[in-house]
Write a protein that binds this ligand. Structure first.
Ligand SMILES: [Zn+2]
Length: 217
């Protein structure tokens, strides 16, 4: 092994955990129809969808978001692969368009070093419906226009940790991950959920087992 610093970043929903947090919350609070209507509105840019969905969460206790994400099982061998990366000199992180209070739960559970996500505004332990989005695409002209440009944040963390971009690995499952997967030294589509990520990925894992990443190492 070389001693050069390395970095691996994971998407959260559908990648590190076996489900999507917003779907669990939507079912619990009877928001599914409204959320799906926002998600499927192709006239809206991604970050605007995130903002509208957050507004639906107004009045929900922040602790309910924590409980909901905690109820979603982690992906098979998530702990094993994170441990392997750490033992082999990788910084480990989550870059997700979910929420910081949820990403923190998963980062703690899997002992992942850092996370980047959207911040739900909380007052008196209750969600206000507002959200602080990291964005980043507007700074690098990334076409993703989602609430957190994963390419921008991959670049930020590789700079922060002094990692050459060719020594980075990114793993994700939807079109929002494409800009990050293309930027990373190794990009892997894990259980891809839409045709865009499938058509734009060279490396695809179709078995719900994160240990399959070892086939690329
Ligand atoms: Zn992007």
């Amino acid at each position: 092994m070389t001693s050069r610093p390395k970095l691996v970043v994971f998407d959260m929903d559908g990648t590190l955990i076996r489900g999507r947090l917003i779907e669990v919350i939507s079912r619990k609070y009877d928001l599914t129809k409204k959320v799906v209507a926002i998600q499927s509105d192709s006239s809206l840019q991604g970050y605007k969808k995130t903002k509208l969905i957050a507004s639906l969460l107004r009045g929900i206790k922040a602790n309910e978001i924590v409980k909901a994400v905690d109820s979603i099982p982690v992906m098979k061998n998530a702990d094993k692969i994170v441990t392997w990366f750490k033992e082999n000199g990788y910084r480990t992180g989550i870059i997700t368009d979910s929420y910081t209070i949820a990403a923190e739960v998963i980062a703690n559970k899997l002992e992942i070093e850092f996370f980047a996500a959207n911040e739900l505004v909380v007052e008196n332990e209750v969600l206000t419906g507002e959200i602080k989005m990291p964005l980043g695409w507007e700074k690098i002209n990334c076409p993703c226009t989602i609430s957190i440009c994963k390419r921008f944040h991959l670049n930020q963390y590789s700079n922060k940790y002094g990692v050459n971009i060719e020594d980075t690995i990114a793993i994700g499952d939807t079109r929002g991950d494409i800009c990050m997967l293309k930027q990373a030294g190794l990009g892997i589509a894990f259980m891809p959920k839409d045709k865009d990520i499938i058509s734009q990925s060279k490396n695809i894992i179709l078995n719900p087992d994160l240990n399959e990443i070892m086939n690329y190492m």
